[in-house]
Design a protein around this ligand. Structure first.
Ligand SMILES: Nc1ncnc2c1ncn2[C@@H]1O[C@H](COP(=O)(O)OP(=O)(O)OP(=O)(O)O)[C@@H](O)[C@H]1O
Ligand SMILES: [Mg+2]
Length: 243
């Protein structure tokens, strides 16, 4: 897919992020930028410690940058009030973590429908128990988890947990899915199955996917690849993958 003519759905400009560690302030992102375009699959690579997860958290509106802007839905998201930003994130971004981050006391089904309940509390999307439960069930069925609906996370394998986490990220039909090494904790065969599910869902929903991975093979199945080096997107690192 040639993506340069597609509209931008999420962008970061000159993002800086520092962490205070003891007495010291350590800058991890030094002016990172990125544009995610409609329907594309964008891969972000780079050495461990380069700042990929930190950048994804800023882009996913989970972690505030020290400086810089993130644009989503025509808004400078980090300049909004916290509740407005949370509602924007909840509605438009699905985030998949390497370590799943499911809530241990909720069943697979309850974990998946949780963002819909939260959206209801923000007043953005009414929680329709029947509809959202049926959509969650449909996804569990498509993902091969029909018999795991009432399982808690600790009763699921890693690959099953990640499939539940993907369904949770997708329940509100976000146009942006951000995944930070979604197969990083899985063996190759299980990881391949999880990716197939993620890619299939992205296609059927026409969503944009921003994916961090260390896997060159996986990067080859993306539309574009960017490389992060020491807290910046390396100039000239954009690689278009011939399909
Ligand atoms: N909360 C924090 N406090 C202090 N330093 C942090 C914090 N989070 C991240 N860092 C530092 O920021 C740098 C970048 O971390 P980050 O997790 O973004 O790297 P990464 O590119 O995702 O690496 P990996 O490929 O291993 O996941 C690291 O040096 C890390 O120690
Ligand atoms: Mg990381």
């Amino acid at each position: 897919m040639t993506t340069s003519n597609l509209e931008t759905v999420l962008s970061a400009e000159d993002v800086r992020k520092s962490f205070r560690v003891g007495e010291r302030e350590i800058e991890v992102l030094h002016g990172a930028h990125l544009e995610l375009r409609a329907r594309e699959r964008l891969c972000l690579m780079g050495a461990s410690g380069a700042g990929k997860s930190t950048f994804l958290h800023v882009l996913g509106l989970l972690e505030q940058p020290t400086e810089g802007r993130v644009q989503l839905q025509g808004k400078s998201a980090w300049e909004l009030a916290m509740s407005e930003r949370a509602a924007l994130r909840n509605r438009h971004i699905g985030f998949v973590f390497q370590a799943y981050h499911l809530l241990p006391d909720l069943s697979a089904l309850e974990n998946i429908t949780l963002p819909a309940r939260i959206a209801h509390s923000y007043g953005t999307v009414p929680f329709d128990k029947k509809l959202h439960t049926s959509e969650a069930r449909d996804m569990l069925e498509r993902f091969g988890l029909k018999d795991r609906i009432n399982h808690r996370p600790n009763q699921l394998s890693g690959g099953e947990r990640q499939r539940v986490a993907i369904a949770r990220a997708l329940i509100l039909k976000p146009e942006i899915v951000i995944a930070d090494e979604p197969t990083g904790n899985l063996d190759t065969a299980t990881g391949d199955k999880v990716l197939e599910i993620l890619f299939n869902e992205q296609s059927r929903r026409n969503a944009s996917l921003l994916l961090v991975t260390h896997d060159e093979r996986l990067a080859k199945s993306c539309d574009r690849v960017l490389v992060m080096v020491d807290g910046q997107i390396e100039a000239d690192s954009e690689v278009m993958i011939p399909q």
